[in-house]
Design a protein around this ligand. Sequence first.
Ligand code: GAR
Length: 206
Amino acid sequence: MDKARIAVLVSGGGTNLQALIDAQAGGRLRSGELVLVLSNNPEAYALTRASQAGIETLTLTKKGCGSQEAFEDAVLAALDARRIDLIVLAGFMSILSARFVSHYVNRIINVHPALIPSFCGKGFYGLKVHEAALAYGVKVTGATVHYVNEIPDGGRIILQKAVDVLPGDTPEILQRRVMEQAEWVLLPEAAELVSSEILKEREYRQ
Ligand code: GAR
């Protein structure tokens, strides 16, 4: 069967990438195929996870390319060369420009570790999101998968799931609970949903 070709962009540990790999192995990601894992951090453990799963890896850095613009051009060229249909940002810690995003309208999705529009936008990433949620004293947080547009964390919401904040939570404990109960569930579901939409659109056009 024809599948949507997926590139996963990562920067760190890659537990969300692992959830996608597991979903593919378990048949929950059927309409899409993980064909490339691209990191902007050569040290990212996500690269090891990808290699272990037999997925092609590529590292490109802003420093190595000389500028954000040159970095984005190199990423676009790598995606074009592999005929990528869908880009999944899974812990990718670089904000993509409006120019980049315009090449993949409704074809980039991101997982964010909070219930957007809370604790999102510039400066809210990784553990900082959970630190902010605990400092505010919210009793419920969660995760969101959304389309990526030119506004950081501003694109249309695809899936969202709430997670309780419990007494005694540290940012690390809360981060882990949000990952386990929400991110690792939602991201593969959303990747399947958008991949199946891509296939339907393709069929319609033929
Ligand atoms: C995840 O919690 C992800 O939602 C978050 O970074 C972590 C990456 O973990 N992303 C952002 O904050 C983006 N704004 P992982 O590398 O283990 O998937």
